[in-house]
Design a binder for this molecule. Structure first.
Ligand code: ATP
Length: 135
């Protein structure tokens, strides 16, 4: 089976590096599936899951958006933060979700940054669903 090299890199260093058969994720323009031999491209990503098929098995990485680049059998994903599903601390994500929901509830009374709270909520929900491999 043909494979391609995939690296997920954050400012803290590489999070995932492997040879895989397929990568799929959500670009801002919609669902994106990449097989070896894909034409070169760059696409901005949404907060979401990266699904990787390696040796016929599916692996998941949570990303907080970022940029995906395909270049000669190499896929690079640059993101502000990314976690392999098995490294996600679900309790932490649940706490982050509660904090964000509370901020969104308060935002009518106080001048809270709505977009910031909404993004924090999306990151937390994404981490919870990737940890449970529900994406
Ligand atoms: P929190 O409020 O819990 O910090 P956050 O969404 O603000 O959540 P980020 O700013 O996206 O966190 O990430 C900061 C760092 O913490 C990154 O390195 C990220 O990979 C890591 N991180 C955040 N949440 C989790 C989690 N639930 N499990 C494991 N690592 C996490």
């Amino acid at each position: 089976m043909k494979t391609m090299k995939v690296s997920v890199v954050t400012p803290d260093g590489p999070v995932y590096e492997s040879d895989v058969e397929m990568v799929s994720t959500k670009a801002q323009s919609g669902e994106l599936g990449i097989l070896p031999g894909h034409i070169p491209m760059v696409a901005p990503l949404q907060i979401g899951a990266i699904r990787l098929i390696k040796d016929g098995k599916t692996e998941y990485v949570a990303v907080t958006g970022g940029l995906l680049e395909v270049r000669s059998e190499q896929v690079t994903i640059l993101a502000q933060a990314a976690e392999k599903s098995e490294n996600i601390d679900v309790d932490r994500a649940l706490r982050a979700k509660e904090r964000a929901e509370e901020r969104l509830r308060q935002q009518r009374q106080e001048n809270i940054d709505f977009k910031r709270a909404e993004l924090a909520l999306q990151r937390a929900i994404n981490r919870i669903s990737v940890a449970q491999r529900k994406i």
